[in-house]
Ligand binder design. Structure first.
Ligand SMILES: [Zn+2]
Length: 332
């Protein structure tokens, strides 16, 4: 009798857990992103098939962001799984430990955002570069109204904003991409990066933030941007790197990485060269500090078939661009 009661309790608990998993699974968007949240902070195994019995082929750390490629799948125990991409590995993850990210909006669910294309299918991809989002004027300031108009155009014309990690994985590791990817970046760490974030989230788009240590954003604001986008290296002091020796270059880069990782809890992997300035010693310092790619401050849409990982071109979106100029420079 006691055994029978226990069995009933076990079955009951199992049903509740499966129910909770199904509820979470329903929130994930194919082509969207999810965060790894486990109950013990140990991270998540990626498996070769959607089953606890399948081989472990990779892992994701607690707090990591993953791209949801497909799913849900149901295993033999009735638990839902998703095929996800971590930027380093692609495999099946149990849905119980995947939580939909805030800021993923319905506009990302359009059919064009399904991740089923390779770099060769895409050809060119624009990496947009912004600085100020305000009314200060000049080349490096775009007004909130301009940015809104541009983001609305991207969202309604089938573009999917991808992170720098997704871009890198697609370019150099054969990762899957949406049909019309675009990368949205804003430099320096001015307070108007928060305006940039607000406007992008309105259109269901994700931003990437190149932030200096000595910029205007507070620690908490940087942490917030890391929650809704990707925060990456722009050196400690916005240094003219080519004017420094290797030791200085390394310190400017490594100290900025440590600061940003402290604020966001996420790994910094990319640098935008301040002023678009670099030399081979700076590239060496960036690589030695653990970064894997660098972004220039000019150039047209990046050619996926001919990319130098340390000099990925970006498209400056200048303050005097109307919508017609905007669509022309991004190669639409
Ligand atoms: Zn800058």
């Amino acid at each position: 009798m006691a055994f029978r009661s226990l069995l009933i309790i076990v079955v009951f608990i199992g049903t509740v857990i499966a129910g909770a998993s199904a509820a979470q699974a329903a929130q994930l968007t194919i082509g969207g992103t999810a965060r790894v949240v486990t109950d013990d902070g140990t991270g998540l195994n990626l498996r070769g098939e959607p089953s606890r019995e399948a081989d472990i082929i990779g892992s994701a750390n607690e707090g990591d962001r993953v791209t949801v490629i497909d799913g849900p799948y149901t295993d033999e125990a009735g638990e839902p799984w998703y095929l996800v991409d971590t930027g380093n590995a692609t495999g099946y993850a149990i849905a119980e430990f995947l939580v939909a990210r805030d800021g993923d909006a319905p506009s990302q669910q359009s059919s064009g955002s399904s991740y089923q294309f390779r770099a060769d299918d895409i050809g060119r991809i624009p990496v947009l570069m912004y600085h100020h989002i305000d009314y200060s004027g000049g080349t490096y300031a775009v007004t909130p109204e301009q940015l809104s108009e541009q983001m609305n155009w991207l969202a309604t014309n089938g573009y999917t904003s991808i992170t720098l990690a997704e871009f890198y994985h697609g370019a150099f590791a054969g990762g899957f991409l949406p049909a019309k990817p675009v990368v949205l970046t804003v430099d320096d760490g001015w307070t108007s990066a928060l305006t940039f974030a607000d406007i992008l989230s309105w259109y269901g788009l994700t931003g990437n933030y190149f932030v200096t240590t000595e910029g205007a954003l507070t620690w908490d604001e940087i942490a917030y941007l890391g929650q809704i986008g990707e925060v990456e290296n722009h050196t400690t002091s916005h240094a003219v790197l080519s004017s420094r020796g290797y030791e200085d270059q390394y310190a400017e880069i490594a100290n900025n990485t440590a600061y940003l990782e402290g604020a966001t809890g996420q790994t910094v992997q990319f640098i935008a060269w301040p002023y678009g300035d670099w030399n081979w010693s700076a590239v060496q310092a960036a690589a030695d500090s653990g970064l894997i790619a660098g972004f220039d401050a000019w150039g047209g849409p990046a050619d996926f078939t001919a990319l130098d990982p340390w000099h990925i071109p970006r498209v400056l979106i200048a303050g005097d661009y109307d919508l017609e100029t905007f669509t022309a420079v991004i190669g639409a």
